[in-house]
Design a protein around this ligand. Sequence first.
Ligand code: NAD
Length: 333
Amino acid sequence: MKLAVIEGDGIGKEVIPAAVEVLDALGLDVEKVPVELGYGKWEKTGQAITDDDLEVLKECDCILFGAVTTPPDPNYKSVLLTIRKELDMYANIRPIRPLPTVRGILDRSNFNFVIVRENTEGLYSGIEEIGQDISWTKRVITRKGSERIARYACKLAKERKNRIVIVHKSNVMKSDKLFLDVCRETAALHGVDYSDELVDTMAYKLIRSPEKYDVIVTTNLFGDILSDMSAALVGSLGLLPSANIGTNHAFFEPVHGSAPDIAGKGIANPIAAILSLKMMLEWHGNMSEAALVEEAVDAALTEGIITPDLGGAYTTKEMTCAVVDHIKKEMRK
Ligand code: NAD
């Protein structure tokens, strides 16, 4: 496997080396290609991502990505949006499940759902104009975009409980009527049970009773917001992994950003990045290695090794070491 490794900015430079250490411990045949992208590169060169970078990424089988800082500068083009669009990675998959010994805001452990977020259009279309008195962003919903994300959600639902919830705001934004209709048609076609919720109601219900949900399919911005909100159910943004899947490329990243408030302190939780690596291994078909990574994370947490975001005092390095040690111990058996 040829893997592009992008640390990015802030804590990306701490959590991606942690995930790579875990990958190395597995002893797989992986060619790692480091790629420098992000705000740091922009400050040095005036470009956060170049056409050459995109070519390198396209030549790799997949990408492991940390996080990038996006400054509020209208001339700055989002690196993430560029990669997702250029490589057409239309499905953003965010599994939300509790982890051992960690409790989120509800102190519950009986939920396990996945947010399937359309990743290339909606309000992140990038079609916008910034003015003195009026600014606007065009929200783009297409049949093709809605159909393929609905198909992905149905495929996932078939492996789980065979039901999806379509999240939208079609009562106010007429563009969502197309998304809703296409998702309903696709679910019916694939024999998957479906229901739908308005996004504001969904936010309320997810917090009230997360155990009722399994596969949630939604548009770009709604998926982004619902998944950060769901991090509070799990316990920390530092725990949530994600995958961006396209037809020819895949890209794995923690849900969190570059966290400038803790960057450089060595206390970032590496679990989101390590579990993103686990999703990458599954995608590549390395199922036993993926299971071993998950088991090692669970074991470290069960031993009480937790970082400050979860109320502990362990560092990024100590947490990583605990995961790597568990993997090595199991591999020696
Ligand atoms: P953030 O996700 O970086 O941080 C939000 C809060 O969660 C902070 O208090 C941070 O310390 C904490 N946190 C996040 N990850 C953590 C971890 N692994 N361990 C412990 N605590 C963690 O969101 P933000 O502060 O709103 O954004 C910072 C920058 O990141 C912005 O420039 C934003 O544009 C960018 N961002 C990038 C991505 C990405 O690259 N995928 C995603 C979101 C935000």
